[in-house]
Design a protein around this ligand. Structure first.
Ligand SMILES: Nc1ncnc2c1ncn2[C@@H]1O[C@H](COP(=O)(O)OP(=O)(O)OP(=O)(O)O)[C@@H](O)[C@H]1O
Ligand SMILES: [Mg+2]
Length: 252
């Protein structure tokens, strides 16, 4: 399964994607969790203390082609090797990598950015599940960051701004020929919220996650919601999202 979480800033992408990755790993899949947001987020919901797990410079090699600077993985280093060597592991064995912090005077992160793209391009189709946490907004997800995804999961809150973002993402996904796009209604308070999210974005609903104060509490404590409240409403809802998508994926 290869999914990427997208949506408006603050919709809940990081909280849900890290939890989703751990639950998926718990079902026996080998999972790479990938945070393409240079600001930390997913590490916390994975329950990891590190929040800056980029590829080291030595993993990526610079070369010139037709006068342009390009980047590739170091000779002999495959995508799988790079994950095995440089990712950190969560309690359930999820491999975690993050687009590293931009460094240097100009905060240029081309090396990280392209190193990551090459790693993803090189990762074999079978044997790896991928769960990505993409940066908020509408610009880059489909063409660059989320290229690996078979399914985009748009996280949408039942608020006008979030619904509007969800609709824009749905339209953009259509234009880019994105494989499959589903919506997750998050922070749902009323029974009709989830249906409204699906109707207003025009996207099929994968499932809903209730508004859950334990998510905010976990954030304040610097804990993963799955560790803070393992049997609570968010953990339960995410287990159901994973199960539903696994069933759907088998059917495709
Ligand atoms: N189901 C939920 N119930 C209550 N609060 C939630 C829920 N999901 C997320 N939140 C809260 O919403 C806020 C944003 O969550 P999160 O950081 O996961 O969003 P994000 O989409 O990754 O944001 P960003 O775009 O800034 O990276 C956090 O304060 C989090 O505690
Ligand atoms: Mg985030």
């Amino acid at each position: 399964m290869r999914v990427a979480f997208v949506g408006k800033g603050g919709a809940g992408k990081s909280s849900l994607s890290g939890t989703f990755a751990r639950v998926l790993a718990g079902t026996g899949e080998r999972v790479l969790a990938l945070d393409s947001d240079p600001m930390p987020g997913m590490a916390f919901s994975l329950g990891l203390p590190q929040s800056d797990v980029g590829l080291p410079d030595e993993a990526v090699e610079e070369y010139e082609e037709e006068g342009r600077r390009r980047y590739r993985l170091r000779a002999g280093l495959t995508g799988s090797d790079a994950v095995e060597q440089y990712a950190v592991r969560s309690a359930e064995g999820v491999y975690f990598l993050q687009l590293g912090k931009a460094r240097g005077g100009r905060w240029n992160n081309s090396r990280q950015h392209f190193g990551f793209q090459r790693l993803m391009d090189d990762l074999p189709d079978s044997g790896w599940s991928i769960v990505g946490d993409l940066p908020g907004g509408t610009r880059q997800p489909f063409a660059t960051w989320g290229r690996y995804a078979e399914t985009y999961l748009v996280v949408v809150e039942p608020t006008p701004a979030s619904l509007l973002t969800g609709r824009r993402l749905a339209r953009l996904a259509g234009m880019q020929g994105a494989p499959r796009v589903l919506v997750i209604a998050n922070k749902v308070r009323e029974p009709q919220d989830a249906e409204q999210v699906s109707a207003r974005t025009g996207l099929p609903l994968l499932g809903a996650v209730p508004f859950d104060p334990a998510v905010g509490e976990a954030d304040r404590l610097g804990l993963a919601v799955l560790d803070h409240d393992p049997q609570g409403p968010t953990a339960t809802a995410v287990r159901s999202l994973v199960a539903t998508l696994q069933k759907e994926t088998e059917r495709v």
